[in-house]
Design a protein around this ligand. Structure first.
Ligand SMILES: Cc1cc2nc3c(=O)[nH]c(=O)nc-3n(C[C@H](O)[C@H](O)[C@H](O)COP(=O)(O)O)c2cc1C
Length: 169
């Protein structure tokens, strides 16, 4: 049974709302999913997951240092080859999700491109975009459990990135 873990850092709930919507998308494809704040994430859950989605909002043009340390610590969880996805809410520059994806790639993970960034509080259309990413993650992990020679129907990976609104650059 494929399993996905969604880990987030969120100071005022914006990235958490994204994490919950991504998980909803994963669950809608009948894939087991859990959502957890990064400081409550358990290494054994990360180890047993087929895919890890990690989200962080951007502060002072980067992710907060504890999140960076958490991702670096995943080297011990043998995440090489697992599917990764990066996301996060931002205000004006939005570097954190890009940095998360870079760290995931450095760990040998297969990262879904592009990262998903939403400006400030996600609107309904943004949450739909998050659900879409969740469905794409589910489709990716299901591939691993498909017997060679069978002919599964997989929906194509969609472009996730939400365009920066006014004030973005
Ligand atoms: C002190 C502070 C610094 C911030 N620095 C940045 C920044 O450098 N770039 C950016 O895009 N957003 C920045 N933001 C905006 C947050 O990323 C944004 O409010 C985001 O929606 C917070 O999401 P969260 O509730 O998931 O933490 C900053 C916000 C605060 C309060």
């Amino acid at each position: 049974m494929p399993k996905v873990v969604v880990v987030y850092l969120s100071t005022s709930g914006n990235t958490k709302a994204m994490a919950d919507a991504i998980a909803e998308g994963v669950a809608s494809r009948n894939v087991d999913v859990s959502v957890v704040s990064f400081h409550e994430a358990k290494m054994e859950d990360i180890k047993s997951a087929d895919s890890i989605a990690i989200g962080s909002s951007t502060f002072h043009y980067k992710m907060l240092p504890p999140m960076g340390k958490f991702i670096d610590s995943l080297a011990k969880a043998n995440v090489k080859g697992k599917t990764g996805a990066a996301f996060g809410s931002y205000g004006w520059s939005g570097e954190a999700p890009v940095m998360i994806a870079e760290k995931m790639r450095a760990l040998g993970m297969k990262v879904i491109d592009p990262v998903l960034r939403i400006q400030y509080q996600p609107a309904e259309k943004d949450l739909e975009e998050c659900k879409r990413l969740g469905k794409d993650i589910a489709n990716e992990v299901k591939k691993k459990y498909t017997k060679p020679g069978s002919n599964p129907k997989h929906e194509p990976i969609s472009p996730h990135e939400v365009k920066m609104g006014e004030g973005g650059h």
